[in-house]
Design a protein around this ligand. Structure first.
Ligand code: ADP
Ligand code: 5GP
Length: 185
C-alpha cells in the first residue's frame, strides 16, 4: 500500500495552502483531484481543480462503487474516485487527499494505514477572516461554512495528528516534519 496522507479540517483553515507548500518541497507527493457537484468558481478548471460532475453522474459513479469516500458538504457532494487514487499512486508514489471530516473518517476506516492530519484554525474568528480574505465565497456561503466548521472542530480529537495553522511558516514546517517522519516509518 502506498503512503496515503489525508489533510482535513474546516473550509478556509488553510489546507490547500499547506498542501501546496508541502508539495513544493516534495514533488513526489501527488494530490488527488476530487469530484464534486458544486459549480466551478471563477478560474477553476475541470480536471485540474476538481472533476465537476452533474448530480446524475455523481450518483451513477456512486452506484458503481467508484468512490473511496464521499460526503455532502454545504449542499453539494464531494468525493475521491478510486480510479483517481490508483492513478496517482501508481508506481508507489505517496498521495495526499484534501477532504472534509466525514470523508476523512471513511478513509480512516477503508485504509487503516492512512495518515490523518486535522488542521485547526487559531479561532473561529480567524477562520471567518480567512474565508472573507480568500474572496471566493458569498457572505451567505461563508456563514454556512462557518456553521459547518463548528461541527468539524468538535471532531478534531478523532484524528491522529493536529496542526494549528496560526503562523503559516510554522505550520508548514510542522506538516513537513510530520510527512518526513511518517514516510520514514
Ligand atoms: P482551505 O483549503 O482549507 O479551504 P485555503 O488554503 O484556501 O483553505 O486558505 C484560506 C485562506 O486563508 C487563503 O486566502 C489563504 O491564503 C489564507 N491562509 C492560509 N493559511 C493562513 C495563515 N496561517 N494565516 C493567515 N492566512 C492564511
Ligand atoms: P470547496 O467547495 O471549498 O472546494 O470544498 C469544500 C469542502 O469540501 C472543503 O473542506 C474540501 O476540503 C472538501 N472536499 C474537497 N474534495 C473533497 C472530497 O473528495 N471528499 C470530501 N469528503 N471532501 C472534499
Amino acid at each position: 500500500m502506498p503512503d496515503i496522507f489525508v489533510v482535513t479540517g474546516p473550509s478556509g483553515v488553510g489546507k490547500g495552502t499547506l498542501i501546496a507548500r508541502l508539495r513544493e518541497g516534495h514533488p513526489e507527493l501527488a494530490l488527488t483531484i476530487s469530484a464534486t457537484t458544486r459549480s466551478p468558481r471563477p478560474g477553476e478548471v475541470d480536471g485540474v481543480s476538481y472533476y465537476f460532475l452533474s448530480d446524475a453522474e455523481f450518483d451513477r459513479r456512486l452506484a458503481g462503487g467508484e468512490f473511496v469516500e464521499h460526503a455532502t458538504y454545504a449542499e453539494h457532494r464531494y468525493g475521491t474516485l478510486r480510479g483517481e487514487l490508483e492513478r496517482r499512486t501508481r508506481g508507489g508514489s505517496p498521495a495526499v487527499l484534501e477532504i472534509e471530516v466525514q470523508g476523512a473518517r471513511q478513509v480512516r476506516d477503508a485504509i487503516p494505514s492512512a495518515v490523518l492530519v486535522f488542521i485547526a484554525p487559531p479561532s473561529l474568528e480567524a477562520l471567518r477572516q480567512r474565508l472573507v480574505a480568500r474572496g471566493k465565497d458569498s457572505p451567505e456561503t461563508i456563514e454556512q461554512r462557518l456553521a459547518v466548521a463548528v461541527t468539524e472542530l468538535a471532531a478534531r480529537g478523532e484524528f491522529q495528528f493536529e496542526i494549528v495553522n496560526d503562523e503559516l511558516e510554522r505550520a508548514v514546517a510542522e506538516l513537513d516534519a510530520l510527512y518526513v517522519s511518517e514516510r520514514a516509518r
